[in-house]
Design a protein around this ligand. Sequence first.
Ligand SMILES: [Zn+2]
Length: 295
Amino acid sequence: MNEKDTLHRFILEHTRVRGERVQLNATWQAVLERYNYPDNVKRILGEAFAACALLSATIKYDGSLILQIRGNGPLHLLVVQATSAGTLRGLARWKGDVPAQGLSAIFGKGQMVITIEPPKGEPYQGIIALQGEHIKDAIERYFTQSEQLNTRLWLASNHQQCAGFLLQELPQTSSHPLSEAESENSWEHAVHLADTIKPEELLSLPTQEILHRLFHEDDVRLFDAEPLRFSCACSHQRIGKMILALGPSEAREIVNEQGKIQVDCEFCNAQYNFNQKEVDKLFSDNQNPPSSTLH
Ligand SMILES: [Zn+2]
């Protein structure tokens, strides 16, 4: 069994089909150690982790990709963030019993938002209607509608691992021209083969073995594994900015009432404490110019 947390990219030679396989072990354990999620929430969050890692590898970018679902149903918030440095973090918030199936039963009326945040400049956002049974259904529809790219995902998660597989049909290029019929055939063929993979196999088999099982008659080019890990971007400095955003009077009121300001990071449970001296210093250091960043 492959215990490493990795993303593999591959291409099927002489076709326009590219693919990815992600497998998360330690990353997923780090998430589950921090919160005790009910089984149905765990399963969906695991699928979202795998999906977010796959999506972040479909684009060339620096910064982070955030997959977020908000709704008015039992599972009302799900967020997973992947960075171009290979880190992942995420969480889910729920109330009461979360059903096993159906996006509208699980999330209620809601939407999925994919945000790409570059290190500088404006973020890009894509909004996806929550339709279908599974997260993958909504993502596949998003690619077909907004990106005009045939994309299929296979996602699985359990108490130990989460994993995903993605196939995508690239636009026609002049360097390897294929007829429409050839192209459609190779796409249908690849999807048909990938549909035979079982969730247990997706979770436990090494990528090389999966590719061999599915595409042993095809010419596959597999690229080096890219490592992934759990890591949270929170810091004393970032929490300091949040306190600045409260404004001096509200911040000092909290310190007067509670003796300090305590902030727990929702993603990693790290606890940050600011005493009166630190809060005073924050505001005196940032008097000029007034802070314009709210995040
Ligand atoms: Zn954190």
